[in-house]
Design a protein around this ligand. Structure first.
Ligand code: 13P
Length: 338
């Protein structure tokens, strides 16, 4: 399949991406929160539950795997990536090596992983991956982000995207502006806009084919400690305004991260985004926490009861599938959902 065909399939209407690519330290934290300790076996068992939900492909187009997972198999012996392909779901892989402090820029980070990247991409493609993900992390704070930090991260994202395309993988380009902090919605708009401008600039300079990528942006939100109360429609309008100024129409789709919003918040805002009228790109999801949180809770409570964990995942997938079309409503959610 061409890069364009894969990118288009990942953002097919009614579908989106399940991000299940947590690194070991992140998975350890998520498992600890539900009273489990992390081991290779536990991580495999949990991810097997995620990837064997019957009918998952109805609303999930692709799953992002972690390096460990793409080398693991289901209990039947079938490698995870092959199982996904058989189920009509496109396997993807996280290829960045996490963040590291950016020298001379206190409290700012840069994402690493460019060294040896082409060899790893070639191996992942042979293991079945058809798309890749690299996440840059931008924090808003006093005098931050600096231009130096934004440039370093945008450059790395573009180098990664070019390498991924060279190996036949669709790059999912994720410049995440974190929602932590006391900043306003307006400040998040300005920062997200500056970051996406820099990313576009570097993508063009590195000769990335914009028709064969997906951008994974944050929604434009007020900081979690801002005290600002903003409605979903206002968030959607601010987000679309920034994206229309910074992401060319040649990019086939935007797959939002959830970034710490509750599952229902993320769905409601995706729905509002898809109600803003015709946009040049598909507006979809690539949620980690917003898809997985209820599943992990259900599974940790009763690991032998896969049906309940599957039901939790399929419900959120269905809700986000509806939001993709602007057809979600709060009445579709159980009254206890957060
Ligand atoms: P969240 O939706 O939990 O932010 O995760 C998405 C992701 O893949 C971050 O890289």
């Amino acid at each position: 399949m061409s890069l364009q065909a894969t990118a288009k399939a990942l953002v097919e209407p009614g579908k989106g991406i399940l991000a299940a690519d947590e690194s070991h330290p992140t998975m350890e934290k998520r498992l600890a929160r539900v009273g489990l300790s992390s081991s290779e076996r536990v991580r495999r068992d949990y991810r097997e539950v995620l990837m064997t939900a019957p009918g998952l492909s109805e609303h999930v187009s692709g799953v992002i795997l972690f390096d460990e997972t793409i080398r693991q198999s289901r209990s039947t012996g079938r490698p995870f990536a092959q199982g996904l392909l058989r189920a009509g779901i496109i396997p993807g892989i996280k290829v960045d090596a996490g963040t590291t402090p950016l020298p001379r820029f206190p409290a700012e980070v840069v994402t690493q992983g460019l060294d040896g990247l082409s060899a790893r991409l070639t191996e992942y493609a042979a293991l079945g991956a058809r798309f890749a993900k690299w996440r840059a992390v931008i924090r808003i704070g006093d005098g931050r982000p600096t231009a130096g930090c934004v440039e370093a991260n945008a450059h790395a994202l573009a180098r990664y995207a070019a390498a991924a395309q060279e190996c036949g993988l669709v790059p999912v380009v994720e410049p995440e502006v974190l929602m932590d902090g006391s900043h306003s919605l307006e400040r998040c708009s300005l920062v997200t806009s500056a970051v996406l401008h820099a990313v576009h600039d570097h993508l063009v300079r590195q000769r990335v084919d914009l028709t064969g990528i997906l951008i994974k942006p944050n929604m434009v939100l007020p900081g979690t400690e801002s005290g600002q109360d903003v409605g979903d429609d206002e968030i959607a309008a601010a987000t679309v305004r920034v994206l229309r100024d910074t992401v060319p129409a040649s990019v086939p789709g935007l797959v939002f991260l959830s970034g710490g919003q509750t599952p229902v918040e993320a769905t409601a805002r995706l729905d509002a985004l898809n109600r803003t009228g015709a946009q040049p790109w598909e507006l979809s999801f690539s949620f980690g926490r917003a898809l997985q949180a209820p599943v992990l809770e259900a599974w940790a409570a009763h690991p032998e009861d896969r049906a309940s964990a599957h039901a939790a995942l399929l419900h959120r997938a269905r809700m986000n599938g509806a939001a993709r079309r602007g057809r979600w409503s709060r009445s579709l959610e159980p009254s206890t959902a957060g």
